[in-house]
Design a protein around this ligand. Structure first.
Ligand SMILES: *[C@@H]1O[C@H](CO)[C@@H](O)[C@H](O)[C@H]1NC(C)=O
Ligand SMILES: *[C@@H]1O[C@H](CO)[C@@H](O)[C@H](O)[C@H]1NC(C)=O
Ligand SMILES: *[C@@H]1O[C@H](CO)[C@@H](O)[C@H](O)[C@H]1NC(C)=O
Ligand SMILES: *[C@@H]1O[C@H](CO)[C@@H](O)[C@H](O)[C@H]1NC(C)=O
Ligand SMILES: *[C@@H]1O[C@H](CO)[C@@H](O)[C@H](O)[C@H]1NC(C)=O
Ligand SMILES: *[C@@H]1O[C@H](CO)[C@@H](O)[C@H](O)[C@H]1NC(C)=O
Ligand SMILES: *[C@@H]1O[C@H](CO)[C@@H](O)[C@H](O)[C@H]1NC(C)=O
Length: 426
């Protein structure tokens, strides 16, 4: 219990920081509005085609039951990231919110009072193939004796908790369902499989003044752009590493520190250069991986940007995740929370690493998640200082979390994709 509560601390800060950023962005509202106008003409004909009707999906579902595709290498040659959301309340959700011992209130939207629960019933359907059905037992067998570690920010923690919920029904009833924290590391031991599933908090990958998993409500982010060892030494013994790091870089200005925190000859330089500082960090990260990763042992994944839905310039009214109960139905929708320049920086860092002999799987979940404006906690989140009813009634959007995802929900689909890689390629 204690550990679980501890696990939730970080998010309150994250939300506030994110909100600052969104406010800053509102200066560009006019520009986005123009772009939205131009593009909406384009999309008019595409309405509704990203999502199929229920009947269709139930037929689809019936077909899947007849011929389960548990292990099929062709899944990996298929583009799992292009497809559509299909309503399927027979198979989804894959677990119940209230039955997951690992659930934390940050993501427990139903417990927090959300009554429209349709967000739990969508299945991600790739266009050219079917995702294998998530089988917790098969997954745990696959990682027997191994260590799987998520590394990054609270979106990665969202996915970590989702994965624990997905496997829980495959654990012995008597085995402890506990996450133990040690500094930045949150660890769950699946003892009967001798497997470890963990999450390591380092939202900027390199050292920064936001490295405390609880206390990182810091206006001026300071990063040591070439210093990663302090965190990375905790990653070397993992067999599967799943990184993410986008959100925290979107800050318009940050301070770069040359030297170490508190030393006399340290140089602090406040910079904009959003893209360059991200590239420099990815470079530090890549160099570390190239030297320290055992290519035979460790399989590495990198999650693409998880989109947020604070501003709706590019979909129609209402312009916010608050009170949204349906996905976006415009085919090829891209949200304004999707910084393609930053994504390209990450993609080219991964390509570079591949040229240097280190293959990293890029799980390109941005676009598929972009459709899901309905799936954020909004006001059904955890509050560090809960607003009173009047505050909430007058300004629900101001109190909404449009960054993280309710569970069961979108991160389950990310994990189904991760599952298909792990089950087919390890
Ligand atoms: C794998 O899937 C493809 C198409 O999805 C199918 O044609 C093929 O027969 C499958 N192979 C196996 C071994 O199930
Ligand atoms: C699934 O959805 C359909 C249509 O909305 C509804 O008729 C049915 O009762 C639902 N089934 C379950 C198990 O919720
Ligand atoms: C899940 O995987 C286990 C171990 O591979 C297997 O025994 C079991 O039949 C699978 N369950 C389903 C529903 O496919
Ligand atoms: C558990 O896994 C570790 C590697 O992670 C291995 O060193 C150890 O021998 C395993 N223990 C058992 C009992 O299999
Ligand atoms: C890399 O990992 C493999 C498989 O676990 C192991 O056999 C090998 O000794 C490791 N190499 C180094 C240099 O540690
Ligand atoms: C929420 O959305 C529904 C329609 O989907 C609408 O009737 C209702 O007024 C909205 N509530 C608020 C508080 O915006
Ligand atoms: C990621 O997916 C998007 C949308 O499907 C696509 O446009 C983009 O090219 C993909 N990126 C990579 C590196 O595959």
């Amino acid at each position: 219990m204690q550990n679980k509560e501890a696990l939730t601390e970080e998010n309150k800060t994250k939300m506030n920081l994110d909100k600052c950023k969104i406010r800053f962005k509102s200066h560009y509202l006019a520009a986005f509005f123009l772009i939205a106008l131009a593009t909406s003409v384009f999309y008019l004909t595409g309405e509704n085609s990203a999502i199929s009707e229920e009947q269709d999906s139930q037929k689809q579902n019936a077909r899947n039951e007849e011929e389960p595709k548990a292990r099929n290498d062709s899944v990996l040659s298929c583009n799992l990231f292009s497809g559509r959301w299909v309503f399927d309340n027979l198979s989804y959700p894959l677990y119940k919110e209230g039955e997951c011992s690992f659930m934390i209130s940050d993501y427990a939207c139903e417990k927090n009072g959300r009554t429209d629960l349709k967000y739990q019933n969508w299945k991600w359907q790739p266009r050219d193939c079917d995702l294998p059905r998530f089988n917790g037992t098969a997954f745990l067998e696959k990682i027997r004796g191994k260590k799987l570690l998520f590394v990054g920010d609270s979106l990665n923690k969202n996915q970590f908790v989702s994965l624990l919920c997905l496997i829980e029904s495959s654990l012995h009833q008597s085995s402890p369902k506990e996450v133990i924290r040690e500094d930045n590391l949150f660890i769950f031991q699946a003892t009967e499989y001798n497997a470890t599933i963990g999450f390591y908090w380092s939202p900027l990958l390199v050292e920064s003044n936001c490295d405390d998993p609880y206390t990182h409500r810091i206006k001026d982010r300071i990063i040591r752009i070439t210093a990663i060892e302090k965190h990375a030494k905790h990653w070397t013994d993992a067999d599967i590493l799943i990184f993410n790091s986008f959100m925290w870089w979107l800050e318009p200005t940050m301070t770069i520190l040359w030297g170490s925190f508190g030393s006399n000859d340290a140089i602090y330089k406040r910079v904009e250069m959003k893209l360059r500082r991200y590239e420099m960090t990815l470079n530090t990260w890549s160099n570390w991986l190239e030297i320290n990763i055992n290519r035979t042992r460790t399989k590495i994944f990198f999650m693409s940007l998880s989109p947020y839905h604070f501003k709706g310039e590019s979909w129609d009214d209402p312009q916010h995740c608050y009170n949204e109960s349906e996905p976006i139905w415009k085919e090829n929708y891209w949200g304004i929370g999707t910084d393609t320049e930053m994504m390209h920086a990450a993609e080219s860092a991964l390509k570079n690493l591949e040229r240097r002999g280190l293959k990293i799987e890029y799980l390109n979940i941005t676009h598929l998640s972009d459709y899901r404006k309905d799936a954020h906690p909004s006001i059904y989140r955890r509050y560090s200082q809960p607003p009173n009813e009047e505050q909430l009634a007058t300004n629900p959007k101001g109190y909404s979390d449009c960054v993280h995802w309710c569970l069961p929900g979108v991160p389950d689909s990310w994990n189904e994709i991760l599952y298909s890689y792990i089950i087919n390629s390890l």
